[in-house]
Write a protein that binds this ligand. Sequence first.
Ligand SMILES: Cc1ccnnc1
Length: 294
Amino acid sequence: AVFKPENVEDFYEIGEVLGSGHFGQVRQVRERTSGNFWAGKFLKIRKVACSRLGLDRSSVEREVEILQAVQHPNIVALKDVFESRAEVVLILELVSGGELFDFIAEKENLLETEAIEFMKQILEGLRFIHCKNIAHFDLKPENIMLSDKVSKPPNIKLIDFGLAHMFHPGEEYKSTSGTPQYIAPEVISCQPLSTAADMWSIGVITYILLSGLSPFQGDTDEETLGNVIAMKYEFNEHYFSLTSPMAKDFIQKLLMKNPEDRMTAEECLHHPWIKPITPKQAAKRNRSSINMKN
Ligand SMILES: Cc1ccnnc1
């Protein structure tokens, strides 16, 4: 794929750093013609294949191809791509409402019903990419952002498709990248992956959303990975006493060792915790606040 060879600074004024990660850094940028703000994701491209620094150009092409294929209100939009000597710049929709967990940590108390509103949007975005045979493979709190700080309910955007993969029929895909706290057992044991690996991460994120605890986190990455493989987690009464049984059922149906046993995003959206079938089920949602003890 050929990206725009023009200098990105001819079209955008480069602003403050918004975030950085395994890829490079994201800066706020201002489009010179319109004055509109966007996010510029500056990716270092490695010139020689064996270099450890920078990204392989093919992995950047993959991220661009995937972002172009998933246009959805809950997925960050890609507007433009520039390339200079050793750098590719993705011009992305500016998502300036901060990370989901910072938002929730700031608030005094948050009802399960509000948590459900967030989860619904995350699941809508996932259902959309999964039905295109695309998995995100790096779902975690840092990659779930709010479009702004004022909309009610807030609008969720999934960002960072740098580890995402588009499955082709009959093709196996394995990868060991991801973040230990959120990766599924099959990732650790190097088995072929599927979109079900994202659903495990959703189970972990929901558990944290409702309790403030990370289910498998150990003192080291090795310990965390050991806990994931051993499926060693529990609903500690001290943190989960106020959590509704339907919420725990939702989590349990995602934290299943066998990827085929896990709910899909579609099934999650029809789970009684997310979509109460009867008013009685709606009433069963607990009214209490969510523990945010960290
Ligand atoms: C960090 C980030 C990424 C994409 N858009 N806005 C902000």
